[in-house]
Design a protein around this ligand. Sequence first.
Ligand SMILES: [Ca+2]
Length: 134
Amino acid sequence: MKPVTMAAAVLSGAAALTFAGAASASASDVSPASASGKCTNGDLCLFSDSNFNGTKNQWGMPASGTCSDITGFSTANRVSSIDFPAPGAHQAWFYDNGNFVLSLAQNHYLKNLASDTSASGGNANDKIDEVVIC
Ligand SMILES: [Ca+2]
């Protein structure tokens, strides 16, 4: 009787592990990791309006150990919301005429920059004209 009980316990444990793994994979497949629902996982998206509306600029991440320094994009000086979906080690820094405004780590978003303080003074709405991604 004892070996049968042990075998049953092992099978039960294996079944539970398989189920937990499948449920976890399924959740990450179907859940919108992007807060906006408009930004590809792993990319950085800037929007000209709050709540992820208006014109969008979207960039992928630079190669590991390097940074992208982006200017001249269409939402420059109009950025009002930011989506930076998917977990990862990348970070984005935002500037206004060379002055630091704020930074954001991957897997974060800002729905309304008018509610966020800029390091250059006032709020961060419609100020960002340069993005550095590392
Ligand atoms: Ca705006």
